[in-house]
Design a protein around this ligand. Structure first.
Ligand code: SAM
Ligand code: SF4
Ligand code: SF4
Length: 347
């Protein structure tokens, strides 16, 4: 019965003002992190006095599940857990289990820095219903990586997390590398060499002007075209067609059969036209764009006892009014606008 209801609802799921459907929900489960990556949570801003959300402000697992269920009836098929560092949230596998029980959910993925992804944790997450893991790793060189994570975290432990995810069957594991000029752009080939033939999919991400605290400058962006050229010169690449319309990463395969890579070129090749993603912050604010200045407060509705139908109607209205396409209209002027921090909504 619920399944029939879900199918019917999603058939007439909302379209935004640019005709985009709602397909993915990225759920941030905490705004805290044990890393201080300079491009995301620079220590000068996210220092010991930074006011993180108090525990009671965070959505409970039950509240997250209720909202996810509502989003699924509006067309969402894929959920991604993120943060901050999502594995800082205790018993995350319990949330995965609750989300996996929602009829209509096709994929539950996790983006993590890997620091807490032990073999036992990976296995528990997999058994609970997690389908995919993305692990972030910006370099194989400890000096560079430690400068980037700014908490002295060694490369080896992230590589162990990638192995743990693969051993638990969370394959293919995706590896996210944010490339920043003068910081780790000289590590691109090393990373490509390491992950070629491993079965893992390395994705190069252009450094983005998310939030207002990372001191972003256009000069620090390494265009995806430059990254691809570097790799192609050594190991020829062939384009792979997208798996579905609006796929964020542009895919390539090594001509010699050593696997696949991706580039996420949100600065130089924006993909707003196919953006079907909504984002839920850990305190229950709905954001319609990674670069949005404000969210819509769903937590208040939930905690005031609103019925699921009422919240569904509200989310539908919000999505139908959506006009966001920041990356397509990025200029020097838009850069100075207020924007939510990446650590609040998880990328
Ligand atoms: N803590 C987890 C992690 O690092 O994987 C999940 C949250 S993190 C905000 C999600 C992804 O956003 C990571 O892959 C991270 O490298 C990426 N990211 C953070 N700041 C970024 C920026 N300024 N530009 C591009 N990607 C960024
Ligand atoms: Fe933490 Fe991830 Fe941001 Fe790095 S990118 S500071 S690991 S949330
Ligand atoms: Fe989507 Fe906003 Fe990114 Fe464009 S800039 S792809 S609308 S999140």
């Amino acid at each position: 019965m619920t399944q029939i209801h879900t199918a019917q609802e999603s058939a007439r799921g909302p379209r935004d003002r640019m005709g985009r459907a709602l397909r993915d929900l990225r759920i941030s489960v905490t705004d805290r992190c044990n890393f201080r990556c300079r491009y995301c949570m620079p220590r000068e801003v996210f220092g010991p006095d930074f006011a993180f959300l108090p525990h009671e402000a965070l959505l409970t697992f039950e509240e997250i599940t209720t909202l996810a269920r509502i989003f699924v009836t509006l067309g969402v098929r894929k959920l991604r857990l993120t943060g901050g560092e999502p594995l800082l949230r205790r018993d995350l596998e319990q949330l995965v289990r609750m989300l996996a029980a929602i009829p209509g959910v096709e994929e539950i993925a996790l983006t993590t820095n890997g620091s807490l992804l032990t073999p036992a944790k990976a296995k528990a997450l997999r058994e609970a219903g997690l389908t995919r893991v993305t692990v972030s790793l910006d370099s194989l060189d400890d000096d560079v990586f430690m400068r980037m994570n700014d908490v002295h975290f060694p490369v080896q432990r992230v590589l162990a997390a990638i192995d743990a995810a693969a051993a638990a069957g969370l394959t293919p594991v995706k590896v996210n590398m944010v490339v920043k000029r003068g910081m780790n752009d000289h590590c691109v080939l090393d990373m490509a060499r390491h992950f070629r033939g491993s079965g893992h999919i390395l994705r190069f991400i252009e450094y983005m002007d998310v939030g207002t605290s990372n001191g972003w400058r256009m000069e620090d962006v390494v265009p995806a075209a430059e990254i691809l050229e570097q790799i192609h010169r050594v190991w020829p690449l062939e384009a792979v067609p997208p798996r579905y319309p609006g796929e964020v990463a542009t895919r390539y395969r090594y001509a010699d059969g050593a696997g696949e890579i991706g580039v996420i070129a949100s600065v130089t090749r924006p993909f707003c036209g196919g953006c079907t993603r909504a984002r839920l912050s850990s305190d229950g604010q709905l954001y319609l764009c990674l670069f949005a200045a404000k969210g819509y407060d769903l937590r208040s509705l939930l905690r005031a006892g609103a019925a699921e139908d009422e919240i569904r109607t509200r989310v539908r209205e919000i999505w139908e009014g959506r006009t966001d396409r920041y990356s397509e209209i990025r200029t020097a002027a838009t850069r100075g606008l207020p924007k939510v921090e990446m650590s609040r909504i998880g990328g």
